[in-house]
Design a protein around this ligand. Structure first.
Ligand code: FES
Ligand SMILES: [Fe+2]
Length: 364
């Protein structure tokens, strides 16, 4: 067991201003971006998201270049967004294409535009180090939203807590037996003692826990006809912009838990976590589950219970952060055995943030 005392996770000053950039982050779920503009702040930058009449998703700086009204107060008109004050019309490129009552539109009448991509029901936004820089990679692929074996539901939270506290929570599922007894918990001691394998592949941290002989928790029972015990697995992949958590269970002794083709009940959670400021973030979640033929309503039940579960996490994390602020410098942390994966993720975020800082400081 590790018992080192570590410094507070991030200095508030540093975390308020710096995040890893030149990265795709989740901006929204596709279904939530309509012709009604959405104001959202990502990495301390105010952005307006909208969908044109032709269906194209766009993201612009949320400030008209004329007199600074948020463009999110405007309206979508055809292929552009019209400012709600004096009517300047902006294309998804950020260029103003019409100034009512004025023949000439100056070239400098434009606002910053962001690269966005709509893929697998997710809207991704590229947050560059340098304004206007092109993405150097495609957005992450997440096929499970469109996979025939799964049905899914989704939601989002605005968190009064920094994004990395949510990483910590999701990478370490040992809390299930203490926080989520009403849904996905099960036997608390088994969660704390399950052998946990932590590996790293580039900037991806993988945590795997196998728990044969578990008590099926309420969500599993609601979704699948388990008896008194089941064999559970938890596979967590941390990526900078999101986590993929593949959990589930099969009848005891029927399948190898190491076999990705194992049968039984499968839940695939998507968790997109995008910093808003150093102290707040957006948390976009979805849950895909497979359907048991005798329990056709199980997807709705799984999504409802997932939402309840994440409400519980939010209460814990926001309380945790309030307490960190109250205790300030005295809020040092002690590592225990469950923290290995989360600490690796923190090191990745720190390295990417620092390398970006170097790039900003080094003239091209
Ligand atoms: S503030 Fe937007 S057109 Fe005047
Ligand atoms: Fe949780």
């Amino acid at each position: 067991m590790q018992t080192a005392t570590i410094a507070p996770p991030t200095s508030p000053k540093r975390s308020a201003t710096l995040f890893p950039r030149d990265q795709w982050y989740v901006a929204a779920f596709a279904a939530d971006v309509t012709q009604q503009p959405i104001a959202r702040t990502f990495l301390n930058e105010k952005v307006v998201l909208f969908r044109t009449a032709e269906g194209q998703v766009a993201a612009l700086e949320d400030r008209c270049c004329h007199r600074s009204l948020p463009l999110s107060c405007g309206t979508v008109e055809g292929g552009g967004l019209r400012c709600g004050y004096h009517g300047m019309l902006y294309a998804p490129s950020g260029q103003c294409i019409e100034i009512p009552g004025q023949d000439r539109v100056p070239a400098k009448a434009k606002v910053k535009a962001y690269h966005v991509a709509e893929q697998n029901q997710i809207i991704w936004i590229w947050m560059p180090v340098l304004d206007g820089a092109e993405p150097d990679s495609p957005p992450p692929v997440y096929p499970w939203h469109e996979h025939p074996n799964y049905k899914w539901g989704h939601g989002m939270y605005h968190y009064q807590a920094p994004w990395q506290l949510i990483h910590d929570n999701l990478i370490d599922l040992s809390h299930l037996g203490y926080v989520h007894l009403k849904t996905i918990g099960g036997n608390a001691r088994l969660h704390m003692t399950a052998p946990t394998k932590v590996t790293q592949d580039g900037d991806v941290v993988k945590v795997k826990r196998l728990m044969p002989g578990s008590v099926p928790p309420p969500t599993y029972k609601a979704a699948w006809p388990f008896g008194d015990t089941c064999d559970r697995w938890q596979e967590i992949d941390f990526h900078l912009s999101h986590l993929r958590i593949w959990t589930g269970a099969c009848e005891p002794g029927t399948d190898s838990l190491d076999d990705p083709e194992r049968g039984g009940f499968h839940m695939r959670g998507f968790h997109g976590i995008t910093p808003e400021t150093g102290e707040t973030c957006h948390y976009f979640w979805s849950m895909c589950a497979n359907k048991h033929p005798d329990m056709p309503e199980n997807i709705k039940e799984v999504v409802d219970q997932t939402r309840f579960t994440f409400d519980e996490d939010r209460e814990v994390i926001e309380n945790q952060y309030r307490n960190m602020l109250d205790f300030g410098e005295r809020a040092s942390w002690l590592d225990i055995h469950v923290d290995v994966g989360a600490n690796r993720a923190r090191r990745i975020v720190q390295r990417l943030t620092e390398s970006q800082e170097d790039r900003q400081l080094t003239p091209a």
